[in-house]
Design a protein around this ligand. Structure first.
Ligand code: IMP
Ligand code: MG
Length: 177
């Protein structure tokens, strides 16, 4: 694989832009929910977004983590979603908010919506992605809320990785692969 360094990353969404948008999303959620919610962070990519979002939430929040994988080490979605760890408490009758870093083909979002449908009778279900690569959708599914729409670029930073790297950046940029 080609090697990259930080100078290859072209910034798109600055840390300030991301944080401001997250605050808006949280305000919307605060208006919508008063009761307890289960926030489900889909590891590893969503960790930054989930952590920053929940800091602004005012309702009682329970945080859960699940781990899925779809990309392997490449830059195109394999279309095969693997559940690496999807251990969850009983979510029957609960408000569930699933947090994803990015929705691309939609296979992951579809997998999760099927999973929650089959396993629980939740009170409410919401799927939130920080980024929406709408033009790449292969499955008929959309996030209930998203931070930013983005065209077909390979993104890194703020949780998003290339072969495990760059998740720690506080901004999102793209790499010409
Ligand atoms: P989907 O199943 O194709 O919608 O892809 C969802 C997952 O693919 C996301 O949770 C990300 O982990 C990963 N992904 C999609 N696009 C990108 C990208 O541009 N950079 C890094 N990871 C991505
Ligand atoms: Mg992911």
């Amino acid at each position: 694989m080609k090697t990259f360094d930080l100078t290859d990353i072209k910034p798109i969404f600055s840390a300030d832009m991301i944080q401001a948008r997250i605050k808006e999303l949280a305000d919307q959620l605060n208006n919508e929910y008063e009761e307890e919610v289960y926030v489900i962070c889909v590891l590893k990519g969503s960790v930054m977004f989930a952590v920053d979002l929940i800091k602004h939430l005012k309702m009682p929040v329970k945080l859960e983590f699940i781990r899925l994988s779809s990309y392997g080490s490449g830059t195109v979605s394999s279309g095969q979603v693997k559940a690496i760890d999807i251990t969850l408490p009983d979510l029957n009758g609960k408000n569930v908010i699933v947090i994803e870093d990015i929705i691309d083909t939609g296979y992951t979002a579809k997998f999760l919506s099927n999973f929650f449908n089959h396993n629980f009778k939740v009170k409410s279900y919401k799927f939130i992605a920080l980024l929406d690569k709408n033009c790449k959708r292969q499955v008929d599914i959309n996030p209930d809320m998203y931070g930013f729409e983005i065209d077909d670029k390979f993104l890194v930073g703020y949780g998003l990785d290339l072969d495990g790297l760059y998740r720690n950046l506080d901004y999102v940029g793209y790499i010409e692969t």
